[in-house]
Design a protein around this ligand. Structure first.
Ligand code: BGC
Length: 365
């Protein structure tokens, strides 16, 4: 390859060919990547990564992984958190466009509020990848890379039933439902996934939502904030459970699960079966201590690597590999997606699930 490169005349062609060689070498999943004779863009290009707020550990981990992974692949990363909210994120994306970003990876705070900036990005020639959360109501999103969110919800719904059954062989079981932040497109999908499993049990009377708060709108937790979930749980306990046993709580993630458990403990009640998501350190500890029942293993490294693989393909002028072209309709189009498979984690399988995780594995001993 080196010999061949040396015989080429223009720098641009050398750059393009060596980029192709680099991305082509040793890549296992090149099946659908159609090779092109021209690189998509220069290898040292700026790649923007617009992350939301630090509402769970996975986002914090993603920051470092994107910075290191993009640098190692030869790109210039520009990774930003929008701690100030939607306007902050809009401004950050605008600034990435001005700086000439070739790809902008977006983990949206509110997937429906970035239409103007995404159009500007496309007009400037950038490729848009929705990361973890779908971008809604816009044609200007090229790819989606995420864990299968509906499956996450289904695993949570099933874990809730399994956990309650372990404590009490037969129903009826009294439960309450919590959902994530309504501006995050994932929140509804998690909830729908859980209801795929829970609705038939509600219909046949095995499961009862004592408060009557069954809808997504009633169950939401603004901003994915622990304090909001804790307050709502306090209210539910006071209004519906003074003389009634609470068997289970559907919680969409670990941060909210721990807030719900805090509320139940403060009320002096036994801890019900509580689900979660994200494999956060404190929740893995809680699971091993027999408090929180389950979490979901969605390895952030694998997700970030998948997004970076897409960037490498685009840089080489290849079409990124996708494995789903049906599930994620954003209101305007079905967004081509690469979905990873989430795994349920309970005390029983935690050691096996985290066998390769240096932080979590020791906690399972
Ligand atoms: C992510 C979850 C996370 C939540 C709150 C969601 O979009 O998919 O993993 O718990 O955001 O940060």
């Amino acid at each position: 390859m080196l010999k061949f490169n040396k015989s080429l005349k223009t720098l641009a062609v050398v750059a393009a060919v060596s980029a192709l060689a680099l991305t082509g070498c040793g890549r296992a999943d090149s099946s659908s990547s159609s090779s092109s004779s021209k690189a998509g863009f220069a290898q040292n290009s700026l790649i923007g990564v617009a992350l939301p707020q630090k509402t769970s550990e996975n986002w914090v981990l993603a920051e470092g992984l994107f910075n290191d992974g993009l640098k190692n692949a030869g790109f210039k990363p520009d990774v930003q958190f929008a701690n100030g909210g939607v306007t902050d994120q809009q401004n950050q994306i605008s600034s990435m466009i001005t700086k000439g970003a070739k790809v902008i990876i977006v983990g949206a705070i509110d997937g429906a509020q970035l239409g103007t900036q995404l159009k500007q990005a496309k007009d400037a020639g950038a490729t848009i990848i929705a990361y973890d959360r779908l971008l809604l109501n816009t044609p200007n999103v090229d790819y989606y890379v995420a864990y299968d969110n509906r499956k996450v919800g289904q695993l949570q719904g099933q874990a809730l039933l399994d956990g309650m059954k372990k404590k009490k062989a037969t129903g009826p079981y009294n439960i309450e439902l919590f959902a994530g932040s309504p501006d995050d497109a994932n929140a509804k999908v998690f909830f729908q996934g859980a209801m795929d499993v829970l609705q038939p049990k509600i219909d046949d009377g095995t499961v009862k939502i004592v408060s009557g708060q069954k809808s997504f709108e009633q169950a939401v937790t603004q901003g994915w904030k622990a304090e909001n979930a804790q307050k709502r749980m306090d209210t539910l306990l006071a209004s519906s459970y003074s003389n009634t046993e609470l068997d289970g709580v559907l919680s969409p993630n670990d941060t909210l699960a721990r807030a719900i458990i805090t509320s139940v403990k403060a009320a002096g009640k036994p801890i019900p079966t509580v689900t979660g998501q994200d494999s956060e350190v404190e929740s893995v500890k809680s699971i091993m201590a027999g408090e929180q029942y389950s979490t979901i293993n969605k390895d952030t490294t694998a997700l970030v690597n998948q997004a970076i693989t897409m960037v490498k393909d685009l840089q080489a002028g290849n079409t990124p590999k996708i494995n789903d072209d049906k599930q994620y309709n954003n209101g305007v189009k079905v967004v081509p997606a690469y979905l990873l498979t989430p795994q349920i984690v309970t005390k029983e399988n935690a050691a096996q699930q985290y066998a390769n995780d240096k932080t979590l594995e020791p906690l399972t001993k």
